[in-house]
Design a protein around this ligand. Structure first.
Ligand SMILES: *[C@@H]1O[C@H](CO)[C@@H](O)[C@H](O)[C@H]1NC(C)=O
Ligand SMILES: *[C@@H]1O[C@H](CO)[C@@H](O)[C@H](O)[C@H]1NC(C)=O
Ligand SMILES: *[C@@H]1O[C@H](CO)[C@@H](O)[C@H](O)[C@H]1NC(C)=O
Length: 240
């Protein structure tokens, strides 16, 4: 599958901010993405009720009962079996600098509460550029989640569950009654769909040629990682 990085420039920007510079002011944001502990979608694919592939886009596009948008998130294997949460963040227009959105009101800037459905696709499926409304991946494992009073200026923690085994986690955003059109972005406030890790990043095995034959180097609530002769093993459910 062809992948591209929608926000590579933005992410490089975050990582490149020197500590002497003032951090961006996110004091008014509905949600703060925890740095180093979330995923942005690597592929955004709008679909509609047809056999026509729209292909990847920088924009999410939703219309009542027709246009919907699929988001693929790449979960690293180091996060396998952790808990993941899906957030949908929709700041107000005045909280956005490099993005904007249309919400409700038949794809105008009219605002007001409306419904969004968040639907999970089977782990390690997801969209490709060729996906259409009629060739979507299988749904599941969880049932769709509906929020009927989505309004700008808010963030919604839509779902929490397994991050899967590492690989693609994919979600569909659709609506029975509302239009949504936006550029997924983090600046000034995050707007869009995000996967946030509920636990700390696992510590990576040290790369060295002369490590002790067995070295316990990291422990987490959910597992203990042991590094033995260059191989990383995890024991689930143990505390160091
Ligand atoms: C679906 O999108 C394609 C490409 O933009 C468009 O040509 C087609 O008319 C749309 N079909 C429906 C049912 O909205
Ligand atoms: C909403 O408007 C944008 C342009 O402003 C357009 O590209 C998009 O396709 C529209 N979405 C729908 C569902 O009509
Ligand atoms: C949205 O606007 C278009 C034309 O601008 C109109 O044809 C359509 O009926 C409207 N749909 C709804 C749901 O209001």
């Amino acid at each position: 599958m062809k992948k591209f990085s929608v926000f590579s420039a933005a992410i490089v920007g975050i990582n490149a901010i020197p500590t002497t510079l003032k951090a961006r002011d996110t004091s008014a944001c509905p949600y703060y993405l925890p740095e180093g502990s979330y995923e942005f979608p690597h592929l955004i694919v709008p679909i509609n009720n047809s056999d026509i592939a729209i292909g990847h886009s920088y924009f999410a596009d939703v219309s009542p009962g027709d246009c919907a948008t699929i988001f693929n998130f790449d979960i690293p294997t180091s996060r396998a079996d952790q808990q993941c949460s899906v957030y949908f963040t929709l700041p107000r227009h005045d909280q956005l600098v490099t993005s904007d959105f249309k919400w409700n009101g038949n794809n105008t800037s009219t605002e007001g509460p409306g419904t969004l459905d968040f639907i999970q696709y089977a782990y390690n499926t997801g969209a490709t550029d060729a996906t259409t409304g009629n060739t979507q991946p299988p749904f599941g494992p969880d049932v769709p989640i509906t929020y009927s009073t989505i309004q700008p200026g808010n963030a919604y923690k839509v779902w929490t569950g397994s991050c899967g085994t590492g690989g693609v986690m994919s979600w569909k955003l659709s609506s029975p009654d509302s239009y949504l059109y936006y550029f997924q972005d983090w600046n000034l406030c995050a707007i869009g769909l995000w996967v946030v890790y509920e636990g700390a990043a696992p510590v990576q095995a040290p790369s060295c040629g002369s490590c002790p034959s067995t070295k316990k180097f990291a422990s987490h609530a959910a597992w203990v990682e042991t590094y033995t002769d260059g191989a990383l093993t995890r024991e689930a459910g143990t505390q160091a």
